[in-house]
Ligand binder design. Sequence first.
Ligand SMILES: Cc1cc2nc3c(=O)[nH]c(=O)nc-3n(C[C@H](O)[C@H](O)[C@H](O)COP(=O)(O)O)c2cc1C
Length: 170
Amino acid sequence: MEFNEVVKNRYSCKKYSDRKVEAEKLTAILEAGRLAPTAKNLQEQHIYVIQSEDALTKIDQITPCRYGAATMLAVAFDKDNVYTYPGGKRDSGIEDATIVATHIILAAANEGVDSCWVNNFDPDKAAEILDLPDNEEVLMLMDLGYAAEGAGALPNHMKRKTLDETVSYI
Ligand SMILES: Cc1cc2nc3c(=O)[nH]c(=O)nc-3n(C[C@H](O)[C@H](O)[C@H](O)COP(=O)(O)O)c2cc1C
């Protein structure tokens, strides 16, 4: 798909059918995350693909936002392998994982796969149910699947501020 079409087509899907994402498409989606830039090329992300009934049931215990998706991703990062920027006030972990997740969410749209970014969960509980090592933190969860019949973008999808409101030329 043409890039602008991908960006325009993506929306947060909040009702999925039980159709699973095909393995080939899932690989292409994950590949786009693999190619994301990270500070100093540290590639500290770790993506968990959650598809078993058992794991999905556990996910439902920590967030109301699976919306029936048959696949969820957890995008985590290695807290011990982040780049601390000069000055020592910030490090790259959250933003590197965010860029990876953004690549993935756009790649999903490119494959015709619906998605939703989910931050409505407790990262400590996510770490517990995913049995994460101590050095990893979950940045976000992502629903992946196909919209249920009749489901589509919510009205706020169209309500974006104008460039005038969000951009300043100085
Ligand atoms: C950082 C972030 C966190 C979000 N967390 C949630 C969430 O926990 N649950 C949910 O249903 N949607 C969540 N969303 C989806 C937003 O509600 C949605 O992107 C926004 O309303 C704009 O709609 P659109 O994605 O359809 O354009 C999140 C989106 C972002 C970018």
